[in-house]
Write a protein that binds this ligand. Structure first.
Ligand code: IPM
Ligand code: MG
Length: 360
């Protein structure tokens, strides 16, 4: 039976970089003789414009049946006036929560060719390879109650709730411990347990699991403020980091920049049935949309993750990652990773170069 991939390009640079990923997928299908059917749907602002909502039930239904979802990016100034629950971002958040995609894997790996593009000194980032495991369907992003209320004195007050139940903490911790077992055997759990009860519970449970089931993993705990500092001070001390939804959002942008550009980083969001959605860590970058400046490599590497995790096509995934490394070796760079002596290329040239390397 053929495998179904749903593409959701979204907004801003999303469509441009998905186009490049689809060029790559086309070649991969031929090269590895893969039986894959691709469908496309609207999400985010694109869906708002066409249907008045950031995600339709129809698209969600197709997503549920897909073997893998390749997601671009959502959002842009055009939709900034939408009410919170109808913003483009809601389309993404709804997909995550409706499909139970609780485990967000965000690797931050430095391609040696890009050491110069990092804002940190070469020796601090050379060989960097860390994995952030971010909880994606709970925490303050989804906690109830939430809203804006008017107090008795007429002043408005905004409020959100930071909640995690034991089962949510344990299932994400399990993913992180198991990832650590397969990697460097080290796990850092990030919290704010000196202030927030919810994360004190988080620390308690992770500690318990570490002692009971994962004595082979070297577990440590870090407050989130310190973790942010350590990420830019000495990032190579980390192997796997696990944290809640909001801290993970923030720390993963920070980790991304260590690798030279957020334009290089893919991510996977998985549920308990191992269905997955794959997207670049970066956003829709409306400021450069349509100009051919976007770096398609994070999207192309997201496709590699999809092939690896959801379709178990390891060789195909390896081939894409190698092709990306090849084009960097050739000195090709989009603006975000440009450095002296390299060749500046546009979005579609970069995609074509990956395709050529795969065909070679
Ligand atoms: C991310 C993004 C999203 C998030 C936005 C677009 C809702 O920043 O995937 O990191 O906050 O999770
Ligand atoms: Mg983010």
């Amino acid at each position: 039976m053929s495998k179904q991939i749903l593409c959701l390009p979204g907004d801003g640079i999303g469509p441009e970089i998905i186009t490049e990923a689809l060029k790559v997928l086309d070649v991969i299908k031929q090269k590895f003789n893969l039986d894959i059917e691709i469908s496309e749907g609207l999400v985010g602002g694109a869906s708002l414009d066409a249907h008045g909502v950031p995600l339709t039930d129809e698209v969600l239904a197709v997503a549920r049946k897909s073997d893998g979802i390749l997601f671009g990016a959502v959002g842009g100034p055009k939709w900034d006036d939408q009410p919170m629950m109808n913003r483009p971002e809601r389309g993404l958040l709804k997909l995550r929560s409706e499909m139970g995609l609780f485990a967000n894997l965000r690797p931050a790996m430095l391609f040696p060719q890009l050491a110069e593009a990092s804002s940190l000194k070469h020796e601090l980032v050379a060989g960097l390879d860390i994995l952030i495991v971010r909880e994606l369907t709970g925490g303050i992003y989804f906690g109830e109650p939430r809203g804006v209320r008017t107090l008795e004195n007429g002043e408005r007050e905004g409020y959100n709730s930071y909640v995690y139940r034991e089962s949510e903490i344990k299932r994400i911790a399990k993913v992180a411990f198991e990832a650590a077992q397969k990697r460097g055997g080290q796990l850092t759990s990030v919290d704010k347990s000196n202030v927030l009860e919810v994360t004190a519970l988080w620390r308690e449970l992770v500690t318990e699991m570490g002692a009971k089931d994962y004595s082979d993993v070297e577990l440590s705990h870090m407050y989130v403020d310190n973790a942010a500092m350590q990420l830019v001070r000495a990032p190579k001390q980390f192997d796997v980091l696990v944290t809640g939804n909001m801290f993970g959002d923030i720390l993963s942008d920070c980790a991304a920049m260590l690798t030279g550009s957020i334009g290089m980083l893919p991510s996977a969001s998985l549920n308990e049935a191992n269905q997955g959605m794959y997207e670049p860590v970066h956003g829709s970058a409306p400021d450069i949309a349509g100009e051919g400046k976007a770096n398609p490599l994070a999207q192309i590497l997201s496709l590699a993750m999809l092939l690896r995790y959801s379709l178990a096509e390891i060789e195909a995934a390896d081939a894409i990652e190698k092709a990306v490394s090849d084009v960097l070796d050739q000195g090709l760079r989009t603006g975000d990773i440009a450095s002296e002596g390299c060749t500046l290329v546009n979005t579609s040239d970069m995609g074509d170069a990956v395709v050529r390397s795969l065909q070679a």
